[in-house]
Design a protein around this ligand. Structure first.
Ligand SMILES: [Zn+2]
Length: 246
């Protein structure tokens, strides 16, 4: 019986991704390649399994599933999208990245900088954005990465990193993502100002610990940065949308 319950928890399918429920224009998870269904945190936490049973199941399940990081598993207040837009426009280096030429011009002026994997975070393969941010937003990402890694250091979940799935999008890329829920107030995604990035998962190094500690850690980091006034957050169906405040 216990084995059956646990297996059900592991194979529970995720909901299909739908653009129609997006909370602001162009918000959409980028990663479109096949990937394993994220481990449903709540389901696992509710089941008390004897250690011997866990060992048996883990032998069959070598795959390390990602842990979801979205509005279904995290509890954070939503900052209105208009506040995100205002913040994005008012950041010191902010400019509207219309197309690839603007992107390159911004980079040569030092207003956009390349972003690569760092402590506590990694960049997913990107199809609708560039791994670039305003310099001050890159600093924010690095600080959040350190805060996340610090939370898990010395625990079984040490080495878990959060996955950044979207960074700077040109207006052209944004247009290709579609504009459902677009309205007159929205005249540009905050991703097109280099001001925002999305976090969609945390990825564990192995199956030694479940998703509960990484999920608590990312919740803690996002909440403390939001409460201290450094970031604005929109919990999305597939990710957490984060914008730096000026
Ligand atoms: Zn976003």
């Amino acid at each position: 019986m216990l084995v059956c319950l646990l297996l059900v928890a592991w194979i529970t399918p995720d909901e299909p991704e739908e653009v129609a429920e997006l909370a602001h224009p162009g918000e959409r998870i980028e990663q479109e390649q096949e990937q394993p269904t994220p481990l449903p945190v709540a389901a696992v936490e509710e089941i008390q399994v004897e250690p011997t049973v866990v060992a048996e199941v883990q032998e069959k399940e070598e795959e390390v599933l990602p842990c979801s990081c979205n509005k279904r598993v995290l509890r954070l207040p939503k900052n209105p999208y208009t506040a995100h837009q205002k913040a994005a426009r008012n950041l010191p280096n902010s400019f509207f990245v219309k197309d690839k030429n603007e992107l390159n011009a911004g980079k040569s002026r030092g207003k956009l900088v390349d972003v690569t994997d760092g402590r506590g975070y990694h960049i997913a393969p990107l199809s609708h954005s560039y791994a670039m941010l305003l310099p001050e937003v890159k600093s924010l990402l690095e600080d959040m990465g350190h805060a996340f890694a610090d939370q898990l250091e010395g625990t079984k979940s040490e080495g878990t990193t959060f996955r950044v799935t979207s960074l700077t999008r040109t207006a052209r890329q944004q247009a290709r993502l579609g504009r459902r829920n677009y309205n007159a107030i929205d005249d540009g995604s905050t991703h097109s100002y280099g001001a925002s990035f999305d976090i969609a998962y945390t990825d564990r190094p192995d199956n030694e610990a479940d998703c509960s500690a990484p999920t608590r850690a990312i919740q803690h980091v996002l909440k403390s940065f939001q409460e201290s006034g450094r970031i604005l957050v929109i919990p999305e169906k597939n990710c957490m949308h984060i914008t730096l405040r000026p």
